[in-house]
Each structure stands twice: as C-alpha cells, then as structure tokens.
Design a protein around this ligand. Sequence first.
Ligand SMILES: Cc1ncc(COP(=O)(O)O)c(C=O)c1O
Length: 418
Amino acid sequence: MPNTRRDFFKLAAVPLAWRAFEAKLQAAAAARLPDAGNESYWQMVRRQYPLEEGLLYLNAANVCPASRLVLDRHVEYLRDFHSNPSFQNRDKYVDMRESLRAKVARMLRVSPDEIAVTRNTSEGSNIIVKGVDLKPGDEVLITDHNHPSNHDSWRVRAERDGFIVKSLPVPIPAPSAEKLLADFERAITARTRVIAITHVTSTTGIQYPAREIAALARRRNIYVHLDGAQTFGALDVNLAEIGCDSYSASAHKWLMGPLEAGILWVRAERIPQIWPSIVTAGWTDHLKGARKFEVFGQRDDPRVVALEAAVDFISLIGMPAVEARMQALATRAKVQLKEMAAVELKTNLEPELSGGVVKFRLRNVPTQKAYDLLWQRHRLAIAMTPSGDAEGLRFSAQVYNSMDEVDRAVAAVKEIAA
Ligand SMILES: Cc1ncc(COP(=O)(O)O)c(C=O)c1O
C-alpha cells in the first residue's frame, strides 16, 4: 500500500490493467470500431467481465456484473480501508466523493452541486416522496407501472398526510408518445402538484416521453420526478434537456457499478423545497446543494470509489456507443420474438418508446414454467412477472452481451414454445 495520499491517488487512478484496457479502447476508437454492430470490439469489452462460462445472463435491468477493473479498484480500497481505518487514512474520501459527483454531473449534463450520492433508486425516490411539501387535497400523478419505491411510497405517505394519488394505466405496448403525453394532460387538474414517472419501465419497457411531460408540467409549476433505474448507464441521459426536477438511479444496474450505491439529482431551484429524510452526524444547516440528501451516518467509503470507477469505465466506452449497442441488442431480440406466433411481445419496437427492457409472454406455456425451463435447460438467467398485465419473461442485455447470446436466448425460447 502506498504511504502518502498523493501516491494513493496515483495508484488508484491508473492501475496497470486499467491503463492497458484504456489503451485498447483508444486504439479501437481511433480505428472507428465502437459502433453498435462491431462484434470484435464488443468481445473485447466482454472479456473485462468475470461472467461464468456457459451462463447466459440477460438480466441487466435487475443487476449487472461489474467489470474486473471496477471490482479491482473496489477491493483495493476495501483492503486499504480495513488495513488502516484511521480518520487520517479516510480523509481522502471527502475529495473522492467530490470527484465522483463531478463525473456523474458531467455524464448527466447537470451541476455537481445538484448530485447526491445515495444507496439506490429506492432511496433517491423516497427522499423526494418524503421531502416534497404537500397538503391535504393536493394531487400526485403516477402510473400503474411505477416501481413500488415511486408508487407505494406515495400511497403510504398520502395515507398519513391526506393528499390524493392518481395512478394512470399503462398501455401495452404504447400506441405513441403523443398518446402517453395526452393521458397526463387529461389527468392534470388545478390541484396537481407532482408528476412522478419512470423513464423506462421495468415491467414492459416503455420509455415515457419525459421531456414532453416535463414541459407540460413546467407550464403549470408541477414538480416532476423521474425514476431513472432503467436508464442510468443505459441511455445517454441528458437531464438538462429533459427538464424534470429530480432523477434517481442505482449503480448496480446498467452502470455496472457496485451494489447499494446510487445517485439522486435535484434541480438547484428545487433543492431548498425538498426536506431531507435523514439528518445525523455530518449535518449542518449550510450543506451545499444536494449534499443535504446524503447525510446517512457512516458510509461505505470504498463503495464511492467503485462507483467512480464504474463511471470511468462506461465513459471510456462512451455513453452514445453504450446506448447504441444496448438498443441494437434489444432490437435484435424484439424483432425475432415479434416474428414468433407463439409469442406476445409487450415492449415497443421503436427505440424512442423503449430502452433495454424486453418483455414478452408465451401464449401456450405458463410463464413460471417457461422461466424455470429456460434456466434448467439453457442456464438462461432472466426475470419474470408471474401475473397481471405485465405478465411475462424479461430479457435485458447490456454491453457485455453478444448478438450471439441474444440469438441463443431467442432459440431457447423457440424450443420451449414448440
Ligand atoms: C424502475 C425501477 N425503479 C426502481 C427500482 C429499484 O431499484 P433499487 O432496488 O436499486 O433501489 C427498480 C429495480 O428494479 C426499477 O426497475
């Protein structure tokens, strides 16, 4: 382990394996390789992940593996922390959290002071749910397919504080962005104070027209919270352009970062209007910007480094390239599934109305049975909704997956459906 703080930064910033990978990526970029269809480039990316041989892993919407480089940096800092847990050795994490904040802000095109480092999307959304001022009679507009952290959380608070939560049904698949927008326009009343939506749903993979909904809301001074669990690290999200008021996300999904780490962005003008949920040691009345939302007591500091490493890693590939590849993998699955008579595809084909989540149902095989068979016969690791309007099997592929893996997963579905 290095002796001085400066040495440590040097070591942390560029471990040898990292440098080697960066050089390879730069060479590939110079040769114009990182386009969505260039398998040799993406195979090189795949080799950075410790995924088990023979495992067909298509469950990015739940948890992504971290790359070796991210894991190495995480483990290195864990060892350092536990070999010397003194305040003096841990001092460095103050600067490191600021460095992470700046990188996340750059990625999302917002200001670092608007970023809080949280534990996951659930926590970020709940900070907003608990923190917005609402009184009896006010209305909050959500959708039936919001995750519980942005759905049940509103309902539970409404029971206590007497406001009204209205939930919109979700069309499957979505007829158009205009129709989704019109549903919100119709549901807004003079009492609507908040619209809380999901950027891309985990249920059927609809991408909501967040920018248009935010514009509609802004004209009426309605607060818009966007759940970004399925878009952070998947789409090249530009929050300045979207124009919502807050955005929550997790690191362990598409960003391929550590577990139990996440971010919450809150627009600068809105920060003073949101009450913090947790106040403990580290609190002052003068915390700058969104930092007031991340005072949780002792934090797992090495995790912050791993989160920064995940941002570094994905930035080496570049978010436009990640988004293009992720969409190409999803489209490849959707197009083939749509052609199968035995399949009901629940996700839109259009990239602007979807993301990385692909949901479908087999007409003749119970969903639970299909899910079990796919795992038992093919080691295909996916997600499943057993009942309801979103019933079905869920594929979600990220940059470590190949087109061949998508084809094999579809072939496995064909076999089960026959
Ligand atoms: C849309 C959406 N929101 C929120 C969450 C919650 O994420 P976490 O468990 O990381 O808080 C998920 C998890 O799958 C999700 O899909």
